[in-house]
Design a protein around this ligand. Sequence first.
Ligand code: HEM
Length: 417
Amino acid sequence: MTTNASVPGCPVDESFDPLSAQFLADPYAVMAGLPADGAPIFFAPSIGYYVITRYADIEEVFRDPATYSAAAAQAPLVPLVPEAGQILLAGGHKPQPSMVSLDEPEHARLRKPAARAFSMKRVAAMIPAIEATAARLLDGVAGATEFDLVATLAFPLPANVVFSLMGVPGNDFAQLKRWCGYRAALGWGRPAPEDQVEIATGMAAYRGYLRGLVDIKVRAPGDDLTTDLIAIHDEAPERLTLDEISSILFSLSFAGHETTTGLIGNAVRRLLEDPARWAEVVSQPELIPAAVEESLRYDPSVPAWRRVTTRPATLAGVDLPQGARLFLWLAAAGRDAAAFAEPDRFDLHRPEADRHLAFGKGLHFCLGANLGKLEAQIAIAELARRYPRLGLAPDQELTFHPNISFRGPQVLNVRTQ
Ligand code: HEM
């Protein structure tokens, strides 16, 4: 059961809508406009969620999965038309579609083998390929004085990396990327009824494709993570079924690129906003890992994540009923003065930047955090090496995909001199 109305004692903010044009363009302006003392928790009728803004409260939620279930993590924000719902179910897309919104013990069944196959060894082995891909993509704009960083690098690099990791043939990358766009709209946007059937049809095809990929890898193993998962299945088929492998691929294929495209776009934007910042990174590339952490704190590519209460709970001084849906505003946690000194200042030398909650915390802590950070570091290093005088092209208005959880500029025009 979920509640759509606020409880007594909890402020209500009628104007807060994370899908409004104003919020999408500049959520930090909305954040700055909230009452300083009265906003650790408030109810947002626009989405039917309690918004949680403080670092300590969000951390408390992540650390208590028995009280705060992950089941809301990818729930549609709007009711689906019956036809779309039927297409999704028939296509194997259940109400809890993958590990990130499953609770124990179902979550561990998928997480454990995924973590085993997603080893540091496999991630480290990818470094030369990531570097080569970043270089090849930037070679494509060699000589240009201006280019779109997102189309050139931030978008194709993570897609290439994660799809290659899974063993997807190169010809299918573009199709898979399109399906993932549908997924962002379905789970985190507000798709209009007339678009939902098309989205649901795409999702069913996406699921079918991944299940087919598992069958192909059973017949023809490769040097990829899907094949590693099948080896785990072969050890004990009842512990990891082929359908579950396909569900893990469903998690990785999406979580592995939208998030990282956003991270690269946000990080480069923030580094270029102040030419002195970029100059510092160019002259001291050893600062790049810190720059990536600070971007994740200051402007995270997953700015919000969700939970739902399994029982009555007191959070930020408010007594919540069972079924209360929580919008954990990770971007606000990064700007919490109780957690970070001078939180609105982007600081390449901030010692505690990596305490951010941009990858969540606890049982569901992002499986790809190291890979995502590595990709961003390599992208920035390659840009810094090639373009010491890189800058933002003037007069551009940044736009963002209309969803609540995946954020990065859709286009970022940069000048090479
Ligand atoms: C670089 C930017 C990334 C960000 C900001 C990010 C953020 C997140 C967040 C907020 C969660 C939910 C954590 C929670 O509920 O406690 C998550 C989970 C997850 N992420 Fe990431 N992620 C990124 C990159 C990646 C990459 C590159 C991959 C894989 C290739 C990945 C795979 C996953 C998976 C599988 C989960 C679900 C884990 C579980 O439920 O146990 N992520 N991520």
